[in-house]
Design a binder for this molecule. Structure first.
Ligand code: HEM
Length: 403
């Protein structure tokens, strides 16, 4: 088999164009079938449209408002409380615990115990699912890893998913029989899939993978954005004390800090697509059928043509040209544009007054909760970068809370 033609696009304009092309299909998860076969981000054309239409029903403004204002605050408070009481926290662990709990609630994975131990147990499953989705980067025996991931998914299914399905099926039957109202149904991905209003009839193994995918799509991305934003805010302490004070009191400004952080450090530094036909991208880049297109998000999000002369700098006051989002292309665009974007990062607050029902997003809201609790860096226990990560993840980020 001959190696495919490889094309990398690095400017904002070309990257935006590539995301929007229907002739380009998902290529990032080809090796990760054990988790990623037939999940939303891996579907194309009519199959993708049908699944997305069904799931879009959940990701609407009223559901986001309910999550942000009612469902998430108690989860954030309960997850944070033991750390604040101890007077210290390690933000990398805390962020995953927190976002894992929020992602489980969005995906529809019930938490019968709701304990810290149960969160850690579920988190270990999540880490194995991530290894499954990114099998292409696994340097050891891939078949052995694939078998390990499949075994973890089967155990997760028996322990968490099957009881969550049974509870929802019982509720749906009661709604059908008129014994309950619609308002009693959980608003989550699993319930949306089980209602099957579009007659998609997804097999059990696809439902299992879709839920595992939603857990990893929601938890890891939001957790890294959360720690990185806190770092940016705490980092401003000496040089820009006014901005730190504003970030602690003005949630719209803090939301801009999250967007600027996500622009500079997208959760995934690249997206990849296969060309299904010969096409030409903006700027005259010829892409032959069968080529693999890598969208370099790190570069596109720092393109001075879109973000100005100091595109590399963290500047939450940055003015942007019309049509350029403050988070750059970090939530993708086109058919696979992130379904959880508004939930994670809220609605773009730039250039408009914030009305009472403005959505700030779960990452800004969670960062705010940590700042409200008085988080401070610890002089003799500085944060360290994960030595095994090529993506600049923090390994440890200790903070203290006033006691
Ligand atoms: C800071 C947080 C997040 C970031 C940076 C992020 C980033 C992205 C990106 C870049 C894509 C497009 C991938 C591609 O085109 O290949 C995407 C798709 C997706 N994201 Fe997110 N995401 C975040 C949070 C979430 C959350 C909270 C959820 C779930 C509630 C979620 C669910 C999804 C799903 C289901 C897709 C696939 C959409 C489709 O294929 O139609 N994401 N995300």
């Amino acid at each position: 088999m001959t190696a495919p033609v490889e094309i990398t696009v690095s400017t904002y304009e070309q990257a935006r164009d590539a995301f929007r092309r229907k002739e380009l299909r998902q290529a990032l998860y080809d090796e990760g079938d054990v988790v990623m076969a037939d999940v939303l981000v891996n579907l194309h054309g009519d199959d993708h449209r049908a699944r997305r239409r069904l799931e879009n029903r959940l990701f609407r403004k009223d559901t986001h408002a309910r999550y942000e204002q009612e469902l998430f605050p108690p989860i954030v408070a309960a997850t944070l409380a033991p750390h604040v009481a101890r007077g210290r926290a390690e933000l990398v662990g805390l962020s995953h615990e927190l976002m894992m709990n929020l992602a489980a609630s969005t995906a529809g994975v019930d938490r019968p115990l709701g304990t810290e131990d149960e969160t850690r147990h579920l988190y270990r499953y999540l880490m194995v699912f991530i290894q499954g989705a990114t099998l292409a980067h696994h340097t050891g025996d891939r078949d052995a890893k694939r078998a390990e991931v499949a075994a973890a998914m089967a155990a997760f299914d028996a322990e968490f998913l099957a009881p969550s399905i049974a509870r929802r099926r019982a509720l749906l039957a009661e709604v059908e029989a008129g014994a309950r109202g619609e308002a009693d149904l959980p608003r989550d991905v699993l319930t949306t899939l089980l209602r099957n209003e579009d007659d998609l009839h997804l097999p059990d193994d696809v439902v299992l993978r879709e839920i595992c995918f939603f857990l990893l799509a929601g938890a890891h991305t939001s957790a890294t954005a959360f720690v990185r934003t806190l770092h940016q805010v705490l980092e401003m302490e000496d040089a820009r004390p006014d901005d730190v004070a504003r970030a602690s009191t003005d949630l719209g400004f803090l939301q801009r800090c999250v967007h600027e952080t996500v622009r500079l450090q997208p959760s995934s530094p690249i997206a990849q697509r296969w060309a299904l036909a010969d096409i030409e991208l903006a700027g005259g880049v010829a892409v032959p059928e069968g080529a693999r297109v890598t969208i370099d998000l790190m570069a596109a999000n720092r393109d001075p043509a879109a973000f100005g002369d100091h595109a590399d700098a963290f500047d939450p006051h940055r003015e942007l040209p019309a049509g350029v989002a403050p988070w750059g292309l970090s939530f993708g665009l086109g058919m696979h544009a992130c379904i959880g974007q508004d939930l994670a990062a809220g609605i773009d607050p730039m250039g408009r007054g914030l009305d009472a029902d403005h959505l700030y997003g779960l990452v800004p809201t969670a960062v705010r909760a940590v700042l409200d609790a008085g988080a401070r860096r610890i002089a003799d226990d500085p944060p360290t970068v994960d030595p095994e990560s090529t993506r600049g993840y923090w390994g440890r980020y200790p903070v203290a809370f006033p006691t």
